[in-house]
Design a binder for this molecule. Structure first.
Ligand SMILES: NC(=O)C1=CN([C@@H]2O[C@H](COP(=O)(O)OP(=O)(O)OC[C@H]3O[C@@H](n4cnc5c(N)ncnc54)[C@H](OP(=O)(O)O)[C@@H]3O)[C@@H](O)[C@H]2O)C=CC1
Ligand SMILES: O=C(CO)COP(=O)(O)O
Length: 335
């Protein structure tokens, strides 16, 4: 096992950025946590907890919020980005002039760029030409459970074996198991597409369609992930692992998922705007339903469930009709 880094810089002081910062800091790593609202950071430092997103979970002495991007870049070679996907490009652009070729870029954001359908590693390559070492963490990991120290397993994938090992060592602890991978595309796609499918699962459950419908949706949703993933060069086994089916099961079946919550609210008749406002946190699958369909069209892959979610969210397709249309498609071989 590699040596743990002594320092880490984490960007995104929401629930997941804070939970990952807590995990690192509990392992004795000196962590600085950045957020885009200075007043929040002052409040979190004063309270020694994230009062907005993870209240009641105390910061270890090794975790401090910091509002200066320069200070985070200087603090560590390990730069972990956990802002929602809509803020990913802008943050990279702010960091670009500050980062050296020695910095390692990591992210835990799940999603694609909305306008282009680009995967996040493509944004890292486009915007940070000085960066040659990068990777991501993903898997079935609800922030509140990680922050509470409940047993969790996660995948780390990077383009360099040393980085994969170092990042694994940073997170691994007696309650936190880390698996490694070199399949960045597979890990990225698994985490992005499952959010769209969790909305679909919430919709069918919100409509009261029962366990058969939910399970059919998860299974055929996995088929969509596999079709897109293997077309784009992901390994099938990655999609059958923690970052694929693992995260798909978690978010389609547990009400902690904000994406599932959105689907439940839509199935119960709420509007998209009302449901997102009520949830009050990142719901990545809504925008990902658009970007994933853009990407799927570009590479000519059929993703009927993801398309139906986009049509429900943005084109006024009634959820009942979407389910009926999916079920009444012509019979075809399962594989
Ligand atoms: N929560 C979880 O269990 C997990 C989340 N993820 C992923 O982590 C990413 C972050 O989500 P999560 O932390 O849960 O979301 P939250 O809604 O909990 O927090 C989002 C944070 O990002 C801030 N923010 C919003 N817009 C921007 C922006 N443009 N630039 C910088 N910061 C911004 C928010 O600030 P403000 O308070 O001002 O809104 C808030 O601090 C998502 O991609 C999500 O899919 C992955 C695994 C688990
Ligand atoms: O990605 C997650 C767990 O792995 C969190 O899912 P939600 O964003 O749906 O809450």
């Amino acid at each position: 096992m590699s040596t743990r880094p002594d320092t880490f810089s984490v960007y995104g002081a929401g629930s997941w950025g804070t939970a990952l910062a807590l995990q690192l800091a509990r392992n004795g790593i000196d962590v600085k946590l950045w957020g885009h609202r200075p007043s929040q950071l002052e409040q979190y430092n004063a309270a020694r907890e994230n009062t907005d997103y993870l209240s009641g979970i105390p910061f270890p002495d090794t975790l401090h919020c910091e509002q200066s991007l320069e200070a985070l870049v200087d603090h560590s070679l390990y730069q972990l980005i956990v802002v929602p996907s809509h803020g990913f490009r802008a943050l990279l652009e702010q960091l670009q002039p500050l980062l050296s070729s020695q910095h390692k870029i990591l992210w835990a954001t799940k999603g694609l760029e909305l306008k282009t359908g680009k995967l996040l590693h493509e944004l890292v390559e486009d915007i940070l030409p000085q960066t040659s070492h990068y990777g991501l963490v993903s898997g079935p990991t609800f922030a509140a459970e990680v922050a509470s120290g409940l047993p969790t397993a996660m995948t780390v994938a990077a383009n360099d074996e040393t980085l994969t090992q170092t990042v694994s060592a940073a997170f691994q602890s007696e309650n936190y198991r880390v698996y490694t991978s070199d399949d960045i595309i597979g890990v990225e796609l698994g985490g992005a597409v499952k959010n769209v499918l969790a909305i679909a699962a919430g919709i069918t459950d919100g409509l009261g369609f029962g366990a058969n419908a939910r399970t059919a949706l998860i299974t055929r949703g996995l088929a969509e992930i596999m079709r897109l993933g293997t077309t784009l060069g992901a390994k099938a086994e990655t999609l059958m692992g923690l970052a694929g089916i693992g995260d798909l099961i978690l978010t389609c079946t547990d009400d902690q998922s904000r994406n599932r919550q959105l689907g439940l609210a839509l199935g119960a008749g709420k509007t998209l705007e009302q449901a997102i406002e009520d949830i009050g946190q990142a719901v990545e699958g809504a925008k990902t339903s658009q970007s994933i369909n853009l990407l799927a069209k570009r590479v000519d892959v059929e993703m009927p469930i993801c398309t139906a979610v986009q049509q429900i969210l943005y084109e006024g397709l009634p959820p009942q009709e979407a389910v009926r249309a999916l079920i009444s498609r012509k019979p075809k071989p399962e594989f």
